[in-house]
Design a protein around this ligand. Structure first.
Ligand code: PLP
Length: 406
């Protein structure tokens, strides 16, 4: 008998299971509102024009080779990524108070951050990472894999389909001092609900007072609003308050469409350069045992764009194309539903929420009916990936939503 005979069957990942069910459906009217990747108006993956250009430039570069990158990653990529997150003029960069590692996209950044905290965050009652309720589907598994304890902070009120701000704030006031709090920088996944700037200020002020450690997950910079600075506002505000430590897991999957190239960074900000240097040295050690060195191609594409003013400007316009189409589809679905029977005034959350996802409020039974009777696929929590909508299917989707809610 095999020594591995006792290995139990693991459940299928729900997201990837949903995609498989969609692919297997032969109905021509089928609609995929589950996919966590941008789709164009023809429901096709979109390679951004600026990414195509950078790709061409790289392919024509003489002597480009497949050597290993340094353990921390491609130098010019790391510095450009710091500027993108914290802003070119940030004192953090001038004072060299941030340690940055290139990671396997946002997931790798979260994982490296979690492993780092598990190893170096002091043991105490507070050694627990608080995530939003509901959380991004992979937050708890990643944190638990790194053997960190977790807890929840309230985030969403189903009745109003908006932020549960009072309870969020009071929870941050009552959890033990020095707790770790995982925050979504913008375009919260799965709810699409973000705090306003004034709410962020209050969250930051309570967290500073209670000595909590902010750990930002930034997977949608520039993708949410189309404006890279606006989407980094919360991180930059926290950074300006000089927390003793602040982490940012940055992903380029969505905002460059580099999903499969696994391109990201982990930034650890401190109050002094010397400490940032020591932290960087320890993160290199963790990186070495995990992945040895990061993958080169996505970082070269990103770096080519981030370091060229002309390409950077084109990128900003491509981001507006993506975010603009998403806003357009939110508006179209809302108005079709509200003009339909029984839909008046019920769908304003579709346009109030932001980013790739929308929490529709549809319940698991309605989601099942959508799938079985209408061939419309979304996750059981009623989350819709808005970029799955286009001018060819939005009327049909509105009809389907009206059909299961009416
Ligand atoms: N964090 C959030 C909130 C996300 O929505 C995603 C992707 O959907 C990720 C992190 C990780 O994505 P990736 O590892 O592809 O960068």
């Amino acid at each position: 008998q095999s020594p591995l005979a006792g290995v139990p069957q693991a459940p299928k990942d729900p997201m990837f299971g949903l995609s498989a069910a969609y692919r297997a459906d032969t109905d021509p009217k089928k609609v995929d509102l589950g996919v966590g990747a941008y789709r164009d108006n023809n429901a096709k993956p979109w390679v951004m024009p600026v990414v195509k250009k950078a790709d061409e430039i790289l392919r024509q570069t003489p002597d480009l080779n497949h050597e290993y990158l340094p353990i921390a990653g491609l130098n010019e990529y790391l510095s450009a990524s710091q500027q993108l997150v914290f802003g070119e003029d940030s004192p953090i960069l001038k004072d060299h108070r941030v340690a940055t590692m290139q990671t396997i996209s946002g997931t790798g950044a979260l994982h490296l951050g979690a492993r780092f905290l598990h190893k170096f965050f002091p043991e105490s009652e507070a050694k627990r990472v608080y995530v939003s309720s509901p959380p991004y589907v992979n937050h708890l598994p990643i944190l638990h894999d790194a053997r960190l304890e977790t807890g929840f902070y309230p985030y969403y009120t189903p009745t109003t389909k908006s932020l549960d701000f009072e309870n969020l704030l009071s929870t941050l006031e009552t959890i033990p001092r020095n707790s770790i709090v995982l925050l979504h920088a913008c375009a919260h996944n799965p709810t699409g609900v973000d705090p306003t700037q004034s709410q962020w200020r209050q969250i930051a002020s309570v967290m500073r007072e209670r000595h909590h450690l902010p750990f930002f997950d930034s997977a949608y910079q520039g993708f949410a609003s189309g404006d890279l600075d606006a989407d980094a506002w919360a991180i930059r505000h926290f950074a300006s308050l000089d927390f003793p430590a602040l982490l940012v897991a940055q992903s380029y999957a969505k905002n460059f469409g580099l999903y499969g190239e696994r391109t990201g960074c982990l930034h650890v900000v401190t109050q002094e350069a010397e400490l940032a240097g020591r932290i960087g040295s320890q993160m290199e050690k963790l990186q070495r045992v995990n992945i040895s060195t990061p993958p080169a191609y996505g970082a070269r594409i990103a770096s080519t764009i981030l370091n060229s003013p002309a390409l950077f400007a084109e990128w900003q316009s491509d981001l507006k194309t993506m975010s603009g189409r998403i806003v357009e589809m939110r508006k179209a679905l809302r108005s079709l539903l509200e003009n339909g029977k029984g839909g008046e005034g019920k769908w304003k959350h579709l346009t109030e929420q932001t980013g790739m996802f929308c929490y529709t409020g549809l319940d698991p039974e309605q989601v099942r009916q959508l799938r079985e009777q209408w061939h419309v696929y979304l996750t059981g929590d009623g989350r819709v990936s808005v970029s799955g909508l286009n001018w060819g299917n939005v009327r049909y989707v509105a009809e389907a939503f009206g059909g299961v809610t009416g």
